[in-house]
Design a protein around this ligand. Structure first.
Ligand SMILES: [Zn+2]
Length: 189
């Protein structure tokens, strides 16, 4: 059996302007990040009477999102800033949701619970281990199409961001299993 669960939480970022919001989020999530989605997997194997081969397996996936959420600062943002904050907030939420969905879909497609039946414990563990590669690929694939937003300030008439997200361009050197290595990022100009 495959069991997938998810959990979403937000981190309040008090800000008077859109740039304040981005800076505050970067302080909480590091670098130019605005949120993060991580996963954990677990398994429980039941063995046949011979005690050497797997009779059935329950494999679990837990996906967790933590992301920045605007909260009022010392004064209310003007309309241009509030609009930008709202837009950035929507983009963060939809990007992290896309991560949760792609992890879940990849997990369900893997059918590892069936693949381990009849295998020895060692063989089964290797198969379950391969789940990590499958999930990491789901993260990487999403970042081929989205994951970064460009925020632009046009003098006093602040307006940003104009459009949706674009592909991530940073290398994947910081890869860590269990954490999408490049979380939702911004560029400001
Ligand atoms: Zn991402």
């Amino acid at each position: 059996m495959l069991k997938a669960t998810e959990n979403v939480s937000t981190v309040d970022v008090n800000a008077n302007t859109a740039m304040d919001f981005l800076d505050g989020a970067h302080r909480k999530f590091g670098a130019s990040n605005l949120g993060v989605t991580t996963y954990d997997t677990g398994f429980e194997l039941k063995f046949n009477k011979d005690n050497t081969t797997v009779a059935s397996a329950t494999i679990s996936l837990t996906v967790k999102t933590r992301m920045a959420k605007w909260a009022r600062g010392s004064k209310a943002p003007d309309k241009a800033n509030m609009d930008a904050i709202t837009q950035v907030g929507r983009l963060i939420a939809s990007h992290e949701k896309a991560h949760r969905n792609s992890y879940r879909d990849a997990f369900n497609r893997s059918k590892v619970d069936q693949a381990v039946v009849g295998k020895t414990e060692d063989e089964a563990k290797k198969i379950i281990d391969s789940l990590g590669d499958i999930l990491d690929r789901a993260c990487e694939d999403l970042h081929k199409t989205e994951g970064k937003i460009t925020v632009t300030q046009n003098g006093a008439a602040f307006s940003a961001p104009k459009s949706g997200t674009r592909p991530m361009s940073r290398p994947y050197a910081l890869w860590k299993r269990g954490t999408c290595p490049i979380t939702f990022a911004t560029e400001t100009s």
